[in-house]
Write a new protein. Structure first.
Ligand SMILES: [Zn+2]
Length: 203
Protein backbone atom coordinates (compact mmCIF):
# COMPACT_ATOMS: atom_id res chain seq x y z
CA UNK A 1 0.00 0.00 0.00
CA UNK A 2 1.21 3.51 -0.74
CA UNK A 3 2.14 5.42 2.39
CA UNK A 4 0.77 8.96 2.30
CA UNK A 5 0.94 11.76 4.82
CA UNK A 6 0.03 15.41 4.53
CA UNK A 7 1.10 17.99 7.10
CA UNK A 8 -0.29 21.52 6.83
CA UNK A 9 0.95 24.45 8.89
CA UNK A 10 -0.49 27.52 7.18
CA UNK A 11 1.45 29.76 4.83
CA UNK A 12 4.88 28.78 3.64
CA UNK A 13 6.65 26.58 1.14
CA UNK A 14 5.08 23.51 -0.40
CA UNK A 15 7.29 20.48 0.07
CA UNK A 16 7.03 17.03 -1.46
CA UNK A 17 8.98 13.91 -0.47
CA UNK A 18 8.72 10.78 -2.60
CA UNK A 19 10.16 7.35 -1.87
CA UNK A 20 9.67 4.08 -3.70
CA UNK A 21 10.30 5.71 -7.06
CA UNK A 22 11.17 2.36 -8.68
CA UNK A 23 12.09 -1.24 -7.87
CA UNK A 24 12.03 -2.16 -4.20
CA UNK A 25 13.40 1.15 -2.95
CA UNK A 26 10.24 1.86 -0.98
CA UNK A 27 11.21 -0.84 1.52
CA UNK A 28 14.25 1.25 2.50
CA UNK A 29 12.89 4.77 2.05
CA UNK A 30 9.83 4.17 4.26
CA UNK A 31 12.18 3.81 7.22
CA UNK A 32 13.17 7.46 6.83
CA UNK A 33 9.87 8.91 5.62
CA UNK A 34 7.85 7.39 8.45
CA UNK A 35 10.03 9.30 10.94
CA UNK A 36 8.77 12.70 9.82
CA UNK A 37 6.02 13.94 12.11
CA UNK A 38 3.71 16.96 12.50
CA UNK A 39 6.12 18.63 14.91
CA UNK A 40 8.89 18.73 12.31
CA UNK A 41 7.02 21.25 10.15
CA UNK A 42 6.87 24.88 11.23
CA UNK A 43 5.17 26.44 8.21
CA UNK A 44 3.75 25.58 4.82
CA UNK A 45 2.86 22.13 3.59
CA UNK A 46 4.56 18.77 3.38
CA UNK A 47 3.19 15.86 1.38
CA UNK A 48 4.90 12.49 1.73
CA UNK A 49 4.42 9.51 -0.57
CA UNK A 50 6.15 6.16 -0.30
CA UNK A 51 5.28 3.67 -3.01
CA UNK A 52 5.33 -0.10 -3.16
CA UNK A 53 7.46 -2.09 -5.55
CA UNK A 54 7.29 -1.29 -9.26
CA UNK A 55 9.39 -2.30 -12.27
CA UNK A 56 12.88 -0.83 -12.09
CA UNK A 57 13.41 1.77 -14.81
CA UNK A 58 16.04 4.44 -14.24
CA UNK A 59 14.72 8.01 -13.96
CA UNK A 60 17.46 8.90 -16.47
CA UNK A 61 15.60 6.72 -19.00
CA UNK A 62 12.80 8.71 -20.60
CA UNK A 63 10.60 5.58 -20.59
CA UNK A 64 10.36 5.92 -16.83
CA UNK A 65 8.09 8.93 -17.17
CA UNK A 66 5.82 6.96 -19.52
CA UNK A 67 5.46 4.17 -16.94
CA UNK A 68 2.53 4.06 -14.51
CA UNK A 69 4.68 5.10 -11.55
CA UNK A 70 6.46 7.82 -13.54
CA UNK A 71 3.14 9.27 -14.71
CA UNK A 72 1.78 9.13 -11.16
CA UNK A 73 4.76 11.11 -9.84
CA UNK A 74 4.44 13.71 -12.59
CA UNK A 75 0.78 14.21 -11.78
CA UNK A 76 1.52 14.58 -8.03
CA UNK A 77 4.17 17.22 -8.81
CA UNK A 78 1.82 19.06 -11.18
CA UNK A 79 -0.98 19.08 -8.57
CA UNK A 80 1.10 20.26 -5.63
CA UNK A 81 3.69 22.43 -7.45
CA UNK A 82 6.26 22.02 -4.67
CA UNK A 83 9.08 24.52 -4.17
CA UNK A 84 11.03 21.90 -2.25
CA UNK A 85 11.11 18.41 -3.74
CA UNK A 86 13.08 15.46 -2.39
CA UNK A 87 13.26 12.10 -4.16
CA UNK A 88 14.50 9.38 -1.86
CA UNK A 89 16.36 6.55 -3.53
CA UNK A 90 18.60 3.70 -2.45
CA UNK A 91 21.52 2.03 -4.20
CA UNK A 92 23.44 -1.20 -4.15
CA UNK A 93 26.73 -0.51 -2.34
CA UNK A 94 28.61 -1.81 -5.40
CA UNK A 95 27.34 1.20 -7.36
CA UNK A 96 28.96 3.80 -5.09
CA UNK A 97 31.90 4.40 -7.46
CA UNK A 98 29.71 4.59 -10.54
CA UNK A 99 27.31 7.10 -8.94
CA UNK A 100 30.06 9.38 -7.63
CA UNK A 101 32.40 9.02 -10.65
CA UNK A 102 33.69 12.44 -11.68
CA UNK A 103 33.33 11.29 -15.30
CA UNK A 104 29.66 10.49 -14.83
CA UNK A 105 28.64 13.55 -16.85
CA UNK A 106 30.57 12.35 -19.90
CA UNK A 107 29.31 8.80 -19.44
CA UNK A 108 25.63 9.42 -18.68
CA UNK A 109 24.92 13.11 -19.29
CA UNK A 110 24.26 13.91 -15.63
CA UNK A 111 26.71 15.12 -12.99
CA UNK A 112 27.99 12.72 -10.32
CA UNK A 113 26.21 12.41 -7.01
CA UNK A 114 28.06 13.90 -4.08
CA UNK A 115 29.01 11.97 -0.98
CA UNK A 116 27.78 13.70 2.18
CA UNK A 117 28.91 11.05 4.67
CA UNK A 118 28.24 7.42 5.72
CA UNK A 119 27.34 6.49 2.13
CA UNK A 120 24.55 9.08 1.82
CA UNK A 121 24.69 10.81 -1.56
CA UNK A 122 23.05 14.01 -2.75
CA UNK A 123 22.36 15.33 -6.24
CA UNK A 124 19.73 16.92 -8.42
CA UNK A 125 16.76 15.07 -9.88
CA UNK A 126 16.27 13.66 -13.36
CA UNK A 127 16.80 16.37 -15.99
CA UNK A 128 13.63 15.10 -17.68
CA UNK A 129 11.53 16.67 -14.95
CA UNK A 130 13.92 19.26 -13.47
CA UNK A 131 13.43 21.87 -16.15
CA UNK A 132 9.91 21.03 -17.28
CA UNK A 133 8.15 20.75 -13.91
CA UNK A 134 10.15 23.09 -11.65
CA UNK A 135 11.39 26.65 -11.60
CA UNK A 136 15.08 27.37 -11.54
CA UNK A 137 15.12 28.40 -7.87
CA UNK A 138 13.07 25.49 -6.59
CA UNK A 139 14.94 23.04 -4.37
CA UNK A 140 15.11 19.64 -6.13
CA UNK A 141 17.12 16.99 -4.35
CA UNK A 142 17.86 13.35 -4.97
CA UNK A 143 19.01 11.59 -1.85
CA UNK A 144 20.58 8.14 -2.05
CA UNK A 145 21.41 5.70 0.72
CA UNK A 146 22.69 2.12 0.50
CA UNK A 147 19.57 -0.10 0.31
CA UNK A 148 21.02 -2.15 3.15
CA UNK A 149 21.65 0.91 5.24
CA UNK A 150 23.59 1.09 8.48
CA UNK A 151 22.02 2.91 11.40
CA UNK A 152 24.57 5.73 10.92
CA UNK A 153 23.65 6.11 7.24
CA UNK A 154 19.92 6.13 8.04
CA UNK A 155 20.49 8.82 10.69
CA UNK A 156 22.20 11.06 8.11
CA UNK A 157 19.46 10.39 5.55
CA UNK A 158 16.78 11.31 8.09
CA UNK A 159 18.73 14.40 9.20
CA UNK A 160 18.71 15.74 5.63
CA UNK A 161 15.00 15.21 4.98
CA UNK A 162 14.27 16.66 8.39
CA UNK A 163 16.28 19.77 7.45
CA UNK A 164 14.08 20.19 4.36
CA UNK A 165 10.90 19.55 6.35
CA UNK A 166 11.75 21.98 9.12
CA UNK A 167 13.30 24.85 7.13
CA UNK A 168 11.03 27.84 6.65
CA UNK A 169 12.56 28.64 3.27
CA UNK A 170 15.36 27.77 0.87
CA UNK A 171 17.83 30.08 2.58
CA UNK A 172 17.35 28.45 5.98
CA UNK A 173 17.76 25.02 4.40
CA UNK A 174 20.99 25.99 2.62
CA UNK A 175 22.37 27.51 5.82
CA UNK A 176 21.68 24.26 7.70
CA UNK A 177 23.21 22.04 5.02
CA UNK A 178 26.25 24.28 4.53
CA UNK A 179 27.01 24.13 8.22
CA UNK A 180 27.58 20.37 8.10
CA UNK A 181 28.65 19.95 4.46
CA UNK A 182 30.15 23.21 3.12
CA UNK A 183 32.17 21.73 0.25
CA UNK A 184 29.54 19.26 -0.82
CA UNK A 185 26.79 21.88 -0.97
CA UNK A 186 29.01 24.23 -2.99
CA UNK A 187 29.62 21.47 -5.53
CA UNK A 188 25.96 20.43 -5.54
CA UNK A 189 24.87 24.01 -6.29
CA UNK A 190 27.36 24.26 -9.17
CA UNK A 191 26.15 20.98 -10.68
CA UNK A 192 22.50 21.94 -10.19
CA UNK A 193 22.95 25.19 -12.12
CA UNK A 194 24.84 23.43 -14.94
CA UNK A 195 22.21 20.74 -15.15
CA UNK A 196 19.37 23.24 -15.22
CA UNK A 197 20.82 25.27 -18.05
CA UNK A 198 22.41 22.50 -20.06
CA UNK A 199 19.83 19.83 -19.14
CA UNK A 200 18.19 17.25 -21.31
CA UNK A 201 15.41 18.28 -23.63
CA UNK A 202 12.15 18.41 -21.68
CA UNK A 203 9.68 15.55 -22.12
ZN1 LIG B 1 16.37 4.93 -7.42
Amino acid sequence: MTYFKEIKKGKGPKRLFIGGVHGKEGLTTIEALSQISEGDIKNGVLNIYNFEESPYISTLDRHYYASDRGKEIISIIRDLKPEMYVELHCYNSNSFCKLTDLDRKELTGVPPLIHLEKGVLIGSISPYIRTSLFDEWDVCITLEIPCKASKEAMDVYIKIIDAVASSKDKQELLDKLRKDYPEQIKTAAKYAIELYWEGYPPL
